[in-house]
Design a protein around this ligand. Structure first.
Ligand code: HEC
Length: 129
């Protein structure tokens, strides 16, 4: 009886796939370490489109897709795309990211975002290719 299954093959597969399972973003890793649970792109996308008490959503300024250049809903000022696939500088500076989460969650939702929401949001925006 010849079996093609070899445990060493399985190990090689795991070794190759593991780096793809780990998040490629240290800021997202930091949020992940803060919560007991996980993030989903679906929840992040929902948040992105949620219209808050001021009739603003994230999409109001960042457009329907994080890949697009946006425009400030009040000042008309241009905003570079949020998705790193279109703008590699995004989500590289933790202080910057925190500053804008704080300001924009307040603008759009009328409150701060939770760590869960920030992680879901980032998971979504990072997933947009
Ligand atoms: C009123 C307009 C407006 C709304 C609404 C808005 N944003 Fe923004 N956002 C901005 C501006 C302006 C910047 C900073 C300019 C830039 O970086 O191009 C920015 C930048 C950011 C950044 C910085 C990312 C980085 O690495 O540089 C994050 C994160 C962000 N927004 C998240 C959100 C989230 C989450 C929401 C919805 C809850 C949201 N924004 C809604 C205007 C807005």
């Amino acid at each position: 009886m010849i079996s093609t299954f070899r445990p060493t093959h399985l190990l090689a597969c795991l070794a190759l796939s593991t780096p793809m399972l780990a998040s490629a973003n240290p800021i997202l890793d930091g949020y992940k370490a803060e919560i007991k649970g996980s993030f989903t792109a679906a929840a992040g996308e929902k948040l992105y489109k949620t219209v808050g008490p001021n009739q603003l959503s994230c999409a109001s300024c960042h457009t329907d897709s994080p890949k697009n250049a946006g425009k400030h809903a009040k000042t008309n000022k241009a905003i570079d795309p949020l998705a790193p696939s279109a703008n590699p500088k995004r989500f590289t500076d933790a202080a910057q990211v925190e500053k804008w989460f704080k300001r924009n969650c307040n603008d759009a939702l009328g409150r701060a975002c939770t760590t869960q929401e920030k992680g879901d949001f980032m998971t979504y925006v990072l997933s947009v290719k």
